[in-house]
Structures are given as structure tokens and as C-alpha cells.
Design a protein around this ligand. Sequence first.
Ligand SMILES: Nc1ncnc2c1ncn2[C@@H]1O[C@H](COP(=O)(O)OS(=O)(=O)O)[C@@H](OP(=O)(O)O)[C@H]1O
Ligand SMILES: Nc1ncnc2c1ncn2[C@@H]1O[C@H](COP(=O)(O)OP(=O)(O)O)[C@@H](O)[C@H]1O
Length: 197
Amino acid sequence: MPPASTPGTDHAPAALPSSAPGGATIWLTGLPSAGKTTVALAAAELLRADGRAVEVLDGDEIRAFLSADLGFSREDRGKQVARVGWIARLLARNGVLAFAPLVSPYAADRDALKAGSKAEGLAFLEVYAAAPVEVCAHRDVKGLYAGQRTGAVSGLTGVDAPYEIPTAPDLVLRTHEESVAASASRLVGLLAERGLA
Ligand SMILES: Nc1ncnc2c1ncn2[C@@H]1O[C@H](COP(=O)(O)OS(=O)(=O)O)[C@@H](OP(=O)(O)O)[C@H]1O
Ligand SMILES: Nc1ncnc2c1ncn2[C@@H]1O[C@H](COP(=O)(O)OP(=O)(O)O)[C@@H](O)[C@H]1O
């Protein structure tokens, strides 16, 4: 009988045909309403039009299903980032460009994912959506900043919970100063530079 696999342990990387395009994790981090999801979806559309296999693992969507057990404590955010990172790596291993727009406020969590990808020889790009908190609070796509002001929301990243700015991101998107199309095009440009698009 074959040995039982250990729950939560990655299996050996699947061998890909040498002609398969390289997959990657494209990790977008930033404050709520910074533009992570919008840019990820726009870049994914450009890449799909070019025939690339692409997936967008939106933090909010994953929380509604796979991470319905998690809240926004330090520990739960760590679990959420690790789960989504695990799925992204699985996809990347199989030639997919996996976009992960997550707040992911803690550098150690992001760095752990980067190290995990590196250990497998998989590409991992950290993209920082750098809109400042004033702009994000003005956009307030989901009403969280207003909720924090009235006391309905607490532990909001960038307001009353920490956000650790990436110190060496692969790309900074000044999503408060450029259009969605420009941000998406710069992101696709980076992937092309790295031989991933
Ligand atoms: N307290 C608090 N802090 C931050 N974000 C909050 C919070 N409460 C709810 N939300 C909404 O949840 C989305 C963030 O989920 P993530 O999985 O990306 O967060 S994390 O990476 O685990 O920190 C985030 O989605 P985005 O706006 O797309 O970033 C918010 O809409
Ligand atoms: N350059 C830009 N990149 C991304 N979003 C932008 C940009 N300029 C304006 N926006 C707007 O900012 C909002 C960002 O929302 P969203 O993508 O949901 O943010 P996040 O996923 O970071 O919470 C959207 O309404 C979007 O149209």
C-alpha cells in the first residue's frame, strides 16, 4: 500500500512539457480599495486574450467559501495568506498565471510565500498597489472605511490595524495616479520582461 500523504503538504511538482509556458504567482498587496482586484482582473483579461491560462484568486471570494472560518486577526490573516498562496503555487506549477489580490498586510507572511515558490523554482512576483490610505478611504468600495469611523468595523488595515509596506516589491503600482489600463499594462509588461507573458 502506498504511504498516506500528509495533509497540507505539497506533492512533488508535476512535470510539464518543455514547451509549456511558465506559470507564476502574481501577488498583489495593498490596502482595501487600493486597486488590487481591479488591476488583477484587467491584467488577466489582457493575458487571456493572448491565450494564456490565467486565474484570479480574489481574497474576498476565497473568504466566502474556503476561508469562511477565518476573521481578520493576525493569526487568521496568516492562515488566509498561506491558503491562497498554496493554491496559487499549485496553479503556477501547472503553467497558470495565478493572480492573488489580497491585503496581506504582514511582510513575514508574504516573504514565506516567496520563499516557498523559490524553493520549488517557481516564479513569484510581489506587486504593491500603493494608493495611500486617504485615497482608499475616499474610494471606499465596500464601505469599510466609513464603517470604521462609525465603529461598525474594527481592525481595518491601514487605519486601526497594521500594513507593512513591501520593502523590495517587483513592481509598485501608483494606482492613485495612473489609470487602470496603465497599471494593468505595466504589470503585463513586467511579466513579459520576466519571460512569463
Ligand atoms: N478589518 C479588515 N481589514 C481588511 N480588510 C477587511 C476587513 N474587514 C473586511 N475586509 C474585507 O476583506 C478583504 C480582505 O481580505 P483578504 O483575504 O485580502 O485579507 S488578508 O490578506 O487576510 O488581510 C478586503 O477586500 P479588498 O477590499 O478587496 O482588499 C475587505 O473588503
Ligand atoms: N489605477 C487604478 N488601478 C486600480 N483601481 C483603480 C485605479 N484608478 C482607480 N481605481 C478604482 O479604485 C477602486 C479599487 O477597488 P478594488 O480593485 O476593489 O480595490 P482592492 O481590491 O484593492 O480592495 C475601483 O473602483 C477602481 O475603479
